[in-house]
Write a protein that binds this ligand. Structure first.
Ligand code: FES
Length: 105
């Protein structure tokens, strides 16, 4: 059985400067919102490798580097691009309307 997708407002575009990230807790999830040159992406905030929070990491282009052990994920796809992470991070569809950022969960 599948459930309909909910779209939740997570922030305003001005809340996340280009090249940075924001932690948001919405809809029972803790998400990291990334601004990659004006395009917004969302992943689970929790690193799949351990206790790191991706919103606390360093964003290099579309790659987030976890500040705990330096593992890297592509924020567009969630795929692992740098060790020691092995498991991709979940990504969410993001839409922007009237300056508001929405995530489909
Ligand atoms: S907790 Fe993120 S790389 Fe280990």
């Amino acid at each position: 059985m599948s459930f309909p997708t909910a779209r939740i407002r997570v922030c305003h575009i001005d809340d996340v400067a280009a090249g940075s990230s924001l932690k948001v807790e919405q809809g029972g999830l803790t998400l990291a919102i990334f601004n990659v040159g004006g395009e917004f992406y969302a992943t689970d905030n929790a690193c799949t490798h351990g206790p790191g929070e991706l919103s606390e990491g360093e964003l290099y282009g579309d790659v987030i580097e976890c500040n705990f052990h330096g593992g890297q994920f592509n924020v567009r796809t969630g795929e692992v691009v740098g060790p020691p992470c092995l498991v991709p991070v979940k990504t969410y569809k993001v839409t922007v309307e009237d300056g508001q950022v929405f995530v489909s969960i």
